[in-house]
Design a protein around this ligand. Structure first.
Ligand code: 2P0
Length: 337
């Protein structure tokens, strides 16, 4: 029988986000506390839709991702997340989780961001937790760091929280919030060069980078200045500065990985061909700036008015990849019923 205050079933949708100031490196693996603040744009493409149904009679959680039963690490992470929600809600019910993800999983296109943002919103509602967006962001963070940002639409900053203090203080402070922008009509043109799963997970790669890369500390230190400059440029509607800072922050992050031992290299010849093309687009007078995540794909920030032209140029450079244009998208939300 349903317990009081619990919905028993809920469905939520969330979109991926692309960081312009990157999250790379944790200072607490268990709480998923990052080393640096990060800033992203939530997209209007590749939604994840997740339904959570409580099952009073079930001994285990049952998790289905795109129609196939989740196993191994993917299952373990969802169950650990549900355990956290159950602990908060004071309920022991297992759940049936069905998630439909339209983004290529594991391809450095932030499938864990939309996935855990949707799961946080759906699971909180199904288990009867009444959480505001800040609390949902904090909760989503525990599933995957970047998911904290997908709780919000448009541009969002995820605060690392204080480096000192108790774990509880850090947990409370580390959530995303919307970032005010001025007159900006941005697009992210995504060149999908390889939609297959990556060889090194971002979780493993960032741990190795923090532990072994002699470049890591200097990138992390410079990231704070990048963020301040980015926020000012967003407010001013200055897409050139937004793009310049995003591109250097991303290239710096990849430099930290290249210097890790052993090196982590997500960039491929196809990635470099697209980066060359972005330089040419800029030389032709169109403001366009690249960012890359834990995969070979390139996302190019430009004005929406230039997105068609940028996409056409990237099509030529992307060989047998595909190109799509994304705009700012909505935050995670419950679907009605
Ligand atoms: C980001 N990335 O800011 C960075 C840039 C990839 C490169 O967030 O371990 O899947 O689950 O917290 O969020 C990918 O890392 O890592 C990521 P976990 P997550 O978007």
């Amino acid at each position: 029988a349903p317990e009081q205050g619990a919905t028993e079933e809920a469905t939520a949708v969330a979109h991926p986000n692309i960081a312009l100031i990157k999250y790379w490196g944790k200072r607490d693996e268990d709480l998923v506390l990052p080393r640096v603040d990060s800033l992203s744009m939530t997209l209007d493409v590749f939604p994840t839709t997740t339904r959570v149904r409580l099952r009073a009679d079930a001994a285990h959680d049952q998790v289905t991702l795109n129609g196939a039963p989740a196993r191994g690490e993917a299952l373990r992470r969802v169950v650990a997340f549900l355990d956290l929600v159950r602990e908060r809600a004071g309920r022991a019910h297992r759940a049936v989780v069905d998630s439909e993800n339209t983004v290529p999983t594991g391809a450095g296109l932030a499938s864990s961001a939309s996935g855990f943002a949707a799961l946080a919103v759906a699971a909180a509602a199904a288990y009867g937790l009444d959480l505001d967006a800040t609390a949902l962001s904090r909760l989503a963070r525990r599933g995957s760091g970047s998911a904290s940002r997908s709780v919000f639409g448009g541009f969002a900053v995820w605060h690392a929280g204080p480096a000192r203090g108790t774990a509880q203080e850090a947990d409370l402070a580390s959530h995303a919030e919307p970032v005010p922008t001025g007159d900006l009509d941005p697009a992210l043109v995504v060149a999908v060069l390889d939609a297959g799963p990556k060889e090194v997970s971002s979780r493993t790669a960032m741990r190795r980078t923090v532990d072994t890369s002699p470049l890591y500390e200097s990138w992390a230190a410079s990231s704070g200045a990048d963020l301040a400059e980015m926020r000012a440029a967003l407010l001013a509607g200055d897409i050139e500065t937004v793009g310049e800072v995003a591109e250097r922050n991303a290239l710096g992050m990849h430099a930290t990985m290249l210097a890790a031992r052993p090196a982590v290299r997500y960039m491929t010849p196809a990635t470099l061909a697209v980066l060359d093309r972005v330089l040419r687009i800029r030389r032709d007078g169109v403001p366009a700036y690249a960012t890359m995540d834990a995969g070979p794909n390139v996302k190019v920030l430009c004005r929406r008015a230039d997105a068609g032209q940028v996409a056409a140029a990237l099509w030529e450079a992307a060989a047998d990849g595909t190109v799509l244009v994304a705009g700012p998208g909505p935050g995670a939300r419950l679907l009605g019923g």
